[in-house]
Design a protein around this ligand. Structure first.
Ligand code: C5P
Length: 405
């Protein structure tokens, strides 16, 4: 995991330029040095003083300011990563054309570090063949052009082309700096991911649940969507998480509901990842009224439990029957003898791979970082290095995609 210490935030001239302020804040709060380079038009939306105050660094738009410092050379060489947000249709065209007519485009031509472009424009402009051509040219040169979000655009319009959430842009930029460009390796594929924990009702106020936050499943969904996949997330109980752009969410509560949702989406899926923590047991009957804890009532101390279906194993069986052709992987959260337990589990579940992680002493659940091993059905065991859950998602999807090919 490379720590990012110097970031250039480029800003081009679209209404979403005001969100660049939050991106600058997001990096500064982590102690990252930020240099903001707006285009002339960006300054029609947000003043240079705002960017200077937020970044604590001077702001220029052309190569003729501070000529003695040869800024475009120095800034381009120094940066660990460059992110341009928003990147307008015109800006993408200028970069694709190799222009160097202001400080930002010159800096990009000088840079050898990873570059992330976060587009924002109206849907028609985004879908226009000229823009799409420029995007594919830029991607072919190793730039990460993020998929924009769907949603409210300027005025009354709504559709694809909205700037991603600033905090997602910060996290994805850090991920690209650590793991390399995000490529469109899942274009045209459908990826089905379960996330979070199930809740099994005991009565109208109580349930059996677990500590899963849904973060790792959502991180997988985010990377899969940015790699061009259509993503379905079947989510149980999760922490407050923003829904990744380009993913469709299906909310469930219990293991039985999750089973039904997964089985109905599995036939169309190319890749299935069961990242959810499914309760193994559920109360046989959910009481209609709150169970009593009075001395002579045994209602709470003698709850009758029955086993939930093993969803992952069931998906493996569906595939044996030809009901889905998806590559299927699961997770194994273990507190001890991780690899040994996971090898047996992989066999029993009849799937293609398992991501194994140790959850001893509160590690993983709800945390921002993860690590572990990936075991596949041909007997390979590969380490997944320690990193943010987005970085782990990158490594894990690389392994899953290589099994899928
Ligand atoms: O057997 P264990 O719960 O450790 O296996 C973990 C894997 O199996 C995870 O991928 C989890 O999502 C899945 N699972 C399931 N249905 C269950 C229990 C676990 O799909 N009832």
């Amino acid at each position: 995991m490379n720590e990012v210490s110097k970031v250039v935030v480029g800003v081009s001239g679209g209404i979403a330029a005001y969100k660049a302020c939050q991106i600058v804040r997001g990096f500064r709060e982590q102690g990252v040095d930020v240099r903001v380079i707006p285009t002339e038009n960006a300054l029609k939306f947000v003043g240079a003083a705002t960017f200077e105050a937020l970044s604590g660094a001077p702001v220029d738009t052309d190569v003729f300011s501070r000529v003695d410092e040869v800024q475009h050379v120095r800034i381009g060489q120094d940066a660990d990563v460059i992110v341009v947000a928003p990147a307008t249709a015109d800006f993408l065209a200028r970069v694709a054309g190799g222009r160097a007519d202001d400080l930002l485009t010159s800096t990009l031509l000088m840079a050898t570090c990873p570059v992330v472009l976060a587009p924002a424009m109206h849907t028609e402009m985004w879908n226009n063949r000229a823009t799409q051509h420029n995007v594919s040219v830029l991607r072919s040169r190793g730039y990460t052009v993020l998929e924009p979000a769907h949603g409210r655009l300027t005025g009354k319009d709504s559709g694809a082309g909205r700037l991603l959430d600033p905090s997602q842009i910060v996290k994805l930029t850090e991920t690209v700096a650590a793991t390399g460009p995000i490529e469109q390796t899942l274009k045209g594929k459908r990826v089905l991911i379960s996330a979070g924990g199930t809740r099994e009702p005991l009565d109208p106020v109580r349930f059996l649940g677990n500590h899963s936050s849904g973060k790792q499943g959502f991180a997988l969904a985010e990377i899969a969507a940015q790699r061009g996949a259509h993503v379905d997330i079947v989510a149980g109980a999760i922490d407050h998480l923003s829904i990744p752009a380009g993913a469709e969410i299906h909310r469930v509560t219990t293991a039985l509901q999750m089973n039904e949702a997964m089985r109905s989406l599995a036939p169309q899926a190319d890749i299935i990842v069961m990242a959810a923590a499914v309760a193994d047991m559920r109360p046989r009957h959910a009481a209609q009224k709150k169970l009593k804890k009075d001395d002579n009532s045994q209602e709470l101390s003698q709850v009758d439990l029955v086993a939930n279906p093993d969803i992952l194993q069931g998906l493996g069986e569906m595939r044996k029957k030809g009901l889905t052709s998806a590559t299927i992987v699961g997770f194994a959260a273990e507190t001890d003898n991780e690899l040994e337990n996971a090898r047996r589990k992989l066999q029993r579940k009849g799937v293609d791979g398992l991501m194994v992680n140790s959850v001893a002493q509160g590690a993983v659940f709800g945390q921002a970082h993860n690590q572990g091993w990936f075991l596949d059905s041909s007997g390979r065991e590969q380490a997944i290095p320690h990193g943010t859950k987005l970085e782990v998602a990158v490594h894990l999807l690389d392994k899953v995609e290589s099994l899928h090919m």
